[in-house]
Design a protein around this ligand. Structure first.
Ligand code: GDP
Ligand code: ZN
Length: 302
């Protein structure tokens, strides 16, 4: 049967613009196909989004989307479905890594239920010894950690391997090198790095089309960084401690089952901190975030 006679294909939406969807075939090496949605489907599935796996067919070389496959996940910032990996990016230096900010990003990543890795970029600014030291601290907490430098391509191959076959979104505070990393992963992209001019800064009210960039067959990275406004307001105080992988061995042993590990007597986590089994710095990051969550929940139910 000729491809133009209604054979169904499956692909991934990599870009959506002006009512058209650009779809990469999942099963073949073919190029991106421009698709639109039939009126009938438009009523049942009003919002096909970037990342969606869709069924489509070709009619005179024009793609027609006929169905959207169930979404595994939906990320809100950027608005993409079926993301397989969040890449939480920090820098070794300039800006210096702030433990409580790292904890905050890692917790949001964990809470999103999407697998994630931690990347410390700008290794060139600190040298190997210092870079390894920081990475190992986070490895010991239980995270998967990579060090990179876009100056000398350090860590590029290892990072590409971690992304292979996945749809990834980079996230992290500004200035850590997310755009530079995208450029490193996909040379020729030419994304602007450095300070954004006020005109093009991505403020709260400016939306930007998100696009999946193809790194190789079945490997994609979003051209827009993920959440950088990082309120934890939706998290309940009691949900916080389990999101610290290095705390998990000590949870469930406190005197009170409702223990928030702050001022409660008989707290197994505090004991672990006193015995230096849990890093005090991580515990302090926890307390900072806990007090923020307590306040936001208190406001909610006032
Ligand atoms: P973003 O805000 O996270 O997207 O950060 P950018 O990609 O815009 O990078 C911020 C600044 O850090 C730019 O001036 C980059 O040239 C610089 N930069 C990015 N990666 C590295 C790196 O690995 N080493 C060094 N020395 N500078 C870097
Ligand atoms: Zn406790």
């Amino acid at each position: 049967m000729s491809r133009d006679q209604g054979e169904f294909l499956v692909g991934r939406v990599v870009r959506a613009i002006g009512g058209f969807f650009y779809v990469d075939p999942l099963t073949e090496k073919d190029n991106t196909v421009e698709c639109f949605v039939r009126g009938k489907l438009r009523q049942t599935v009003p919002d096909i989004m970037v990342g969606d796996k869709v069924k489509y067919c070709l009619e005179n070389s024009q793609g027609v989307i006929t169905d959207v496959l169930p979404r595994e996940t939906i990320l809100k910032r950027p608005y993409i479905s079926n993301v397989d990996l969040l890449v939480v990016v920090f820098a070794h230096h300039n800006p210096d890594p702030i433990p409580s900010l790292i904890a905050r990003f890692l917790i949001l990543a964990d809470y999103s239920n999407i697998p994630y890795i931690l990347v410390f970029n700008k290794s060139d600014l600190v040298g190997k010894g210092k870079a390894d030291h920081l990475a190992n601290i986070y490895r010991n907490y239980g995270y998967q950690v990579f060090c990179t430098s876009v100056i000398n391509n350090f860590g590029k191959r290892t990072l590409l391997k971690a992304l292979s076959g996945k749809v990834a979104v980079l996230t992290g505070p500004s200035g850590v090198g997310k755009s530079a990393l995208l450029n490193m992963l996909r040379p020729g992209l030419g994304l602007k790095t450095g300070l954004l001019s006020p005109k093009i800064s991505r403020g709260k009210h400016t939306t930007r089309e998100v696009q999946l960039l193809k790194l190789d067959r079945q490997t994609y990275v979003a051209d827009t960084p993920g959440f950088s406004q990082i309120s934890l307001g939706h998290l309940k105080p009691e949900d916080l401690a389990p999101l610290f992988p290095d705390f998990r061995d000590y949870l469930g042993y406190c005197r009170f089952t409702s223990c928030l590990h702050h001022q409660e007597p008989g707290c197994a986590l505090k004991e672990a901190v006193e015995n230096k089994e849990v890093d005090d710095q991580r515990y302090q990051s926890y307390l900072g975030l806990l007090s923020e969550l307590k306040k936001s929940w208190a406001n909610r139910y006032r």
